[in-house]
Ligand binder design. Structure first.
Ligand SMILES: [Zn+2]
Length: 387
């Protein structure tokens, strides 16, 4: 009884310190009711914005089959289909994979486009595991950073492929999306914990580029021949002389090519590498990196042949060496020549712009928060809730 009395006295003493109403008026403060275990009021819940994205997951020449719980849908190309919407109450299967959300099938010049119409937060559940992997709990901040980068990418691409009838491809042309089968409980937790958060620079969504391994230094978007963006600056991804991504198997790589092979490869790949001019030649004499970006990646590479020389710019240099459909891992490299052998020694995997995923994982393990990680890779940004 004395305890209750004491509590009542404490409450009474505290009452005048309560904040005034929102208008700052002097509305009467209700009498406190003494209870043995007063609970703090619940934190106001921030509404999570709900937005839908149209994901182009399949392209068929003749026939598309979508199996939903209610019905198995079949669409033939050539029929005057326009855009056919499918509503379902469950998950449907297409191309052997299960997806959340609704559907649309669209007639195109080359057949049919199969579109998954899905909430962005659900879309991310099928993207993040693909883009950074299923990680353990001690790397959850890396998953959160990846979720926010992927969400920012998705929002900044809404409406970007309007003429094709969808927003985003489900493959490497945008972000790889594997549907529900790809989901993972820790990844989903990271997505929920950051629901609606995106990266902005001066109140605009950023181009949240990311890549596997920077090799210790990121690069500006100029490697793609684009104008540099203030938030995509080259940074040193290291601390105490060690690169955060040093555990990546692409931290150091080597590839060798012989002179004869290069003649065939260069002539085949020149167009894709956007070589400045191309002509028949039968011998590669020398390859020189004549200019580099501030982070060290190739800016200008010159190939000298028996019939003259040609130039390749920036990240496109990776494509010039493409063998069996595989580009060089990155454009942070040097070339050494010995007899008929050209040896390329490089560091990093991917274009090197924006967030380094292997570095992100190491930073998370070292105790950095998703916000610290994102602000390290994207200069001068804010992490905000999408409207
Ligand atoms: Zn890195």
């Amino acid at each position: 009884m004395r305890f209750l009395l004491l509590l009542a006295l404490i409450f009474a003493a505290c009452a005048p310190l309560r904040p005034l109403g929102p208008e700052g008026d002097s509305a009467p403060v209700p009498e406190p009711t003494p209870t043995p275990t007063p609970k703090p009021p619940p934190a106001p819940e921030q509404p999570i914005p709900v937005h839908i994205i149209n994901v182009g997951i399949g392209f068929e020449k003749d026939l598309a089959v979508i199996e939903c719980p209610e019905k198995k849908w079949e669409f033939k190309a050539g029929a005057d289909l326009g855009r056919k919407e499918i509503e379902t109450n469950g998950d449907c299967k297409y191309g052997g994979k299960v997806y959340r959300g609704q559907w649309a099938v669209l007639s195109t010049d080359s057949g049919l486009a199969i579109i998954n119409v899905v909430y962005i937060e659900d879309y991310l559940k099928g993207v993040v595991p693909h883009e950074i992997g299923r990680l353990k709990r001690d790397e959850i901040e890396a998953l959160k950073a990846q979720a926010i980068a992927a969400r920012t990418y998705a929002y900044s691409h809404l409406g970007s492929r309007k003429s094709q009838g969808f927003d985003i491809y489900a493959d490497v042309r945008d972000q790889v999306y594997g549907g529900k089968a790809e989901e993972d409980s820790i990844v989903n937790e990271a997505i929920t914990a950051t629901a609606g958060l995106v990266i902005k620079y001066e109140d605009k969504l950023i181009e949240a580029y990311y890549h596997s391994t920077c090799g210790g230094r990121t690069e500006s978007s100029e490697v793609w021949g684009q104008e540099g963006k203030p938030y995509l600056q080259p940074i040193s991804d290291s601390a105490g002389g060690k690169a955060f991504c040093e555990l990546s198997r692409y931290m150091e790589w080597k590839d060798t090519f012989n002179r004869t092979e290069l003649v065939a490869l260069f002539q085949k790949n020149a167009a894709d590498a956007r070589a400045d001019k191309i002509f028949p030649f039968s011998r590669v004499e020398q390859i020189l990196v004549t200019e580099k970006f501030p982070g060290g990646r190739v800016k200008r590479m010159v190939v000298f042949t028996d019939k003259g020389s040609f130039e390749v710019f920036g990240d496109r240099a990776r494509r010039l060496f493409a063998r069996d459909g595989k580009f060089l891992p990155g454009s942070l490299f040097t070339i050494a020549q010995s007899g008929n052998t050209f040896t390329i020694t490089g560091s990093g995997y991917g274009h090197g712009i924006g967030m380094c995923q292997m570095g992100t994982r190491a930073r998370a393990k070292a105790g950095q928060s998703f916000e610290e990680i994102l602000k390290a890779y994207y200069t001068g940004v804010q992490i905000q809730l999408i409207q």
